[in-house]
Design a binder for this molecule. Sequence first.
Ligand SMILES: Nc1ncnc2c1ncn2[C@@H]1O[C@H](COP(=O)(O)OP(=O)(O)O)[C@@H](O)[C@H]1O
Ligand SMILES: [Mg+2]
Length: 251
Amino acid sequence: MSLLVQFENIARDFNGNSVFRDISFEISTAEHLALLGPSGCGKSTLLRLLAGLDPPSQGRILINGKIVSEDGKILVPAHERQMAMVFQDLALWPNLTALQNVLLGMGRMNLGRRERRTAAMAALEICRMESFANRKPASLSAGQQQRVALARALAVRPKLLALDEPFSGLDLTLKTEILEEIRRLAKELDLTVLLVSHDALEAVALCTEAFVLENGRCKEKGSFDLLLQNPASTTLRTFLQNIPDAQRFIP
Ligand SMILES: Nc1ncnc2c1ncn2[C@@H]1O[C@H](COP(=O)(O)OP(=O)(O)O)[C@@H](O)[C@H]1O
Ligand SMILES: [Mg+2]
């Protein structure tokens, strides 16, 4: 395993208001890391820094040992970071079919027309959505829409898949099914996964490592297994109070 992502003393503020500071963590290749914390603690903000959509106010971010962002500057743009994101609202285009949504997501890939279509269909296929390729989002169930968003993310063949609370709208059965699907895909495609969530239960079902963000600081980080033995964060303490045998969910 090698280091894929390094956050070094990252701070982010908006007009002088600090969201978080002194954030340092690493993600190794093929690791599944959960970024946990209450709503509003800065999880999406942090993910945007990693994706290269915003610069950190301070600190630096490395991907594969190369500095991609540093002290207020984005050095490597989003489309060169080999990562893909699935957002909470999925951000599917309602007027496009599943296939067109996936194709649009592949905009910057250096592929010919036919190869592009083949790759898009392959992405739909691994998400078991190939027979829905010509359907628009509104005619798909919530779970199927998730799969289209996932196919669109995977079509760019990312090294890192980042998921920003994409399961919040799903019932428990669907959520469990999709989480299992992602575990399968991650293994098959050798993906590194960063799951952002306020819900430790879905995190524990997919991830073995966790990072808890509370009050603008890293409250704790490490393997879920160890953290759950003696949690320091409100997030994990509350989780353990509600589900005392939470460790049995760790993959
Ligand atoms: N573009 C922005 N301008 C000003 N404040 C922002 C901006 N984006 C996020 N914030 C603030 O940063 C904080 C963290 O937000 P966010 O990262 O969305 O939290 P989370 O994803 O953990 O729920 C919030 O207080 C939010 O208002
Ligand atoms: Mg968020």
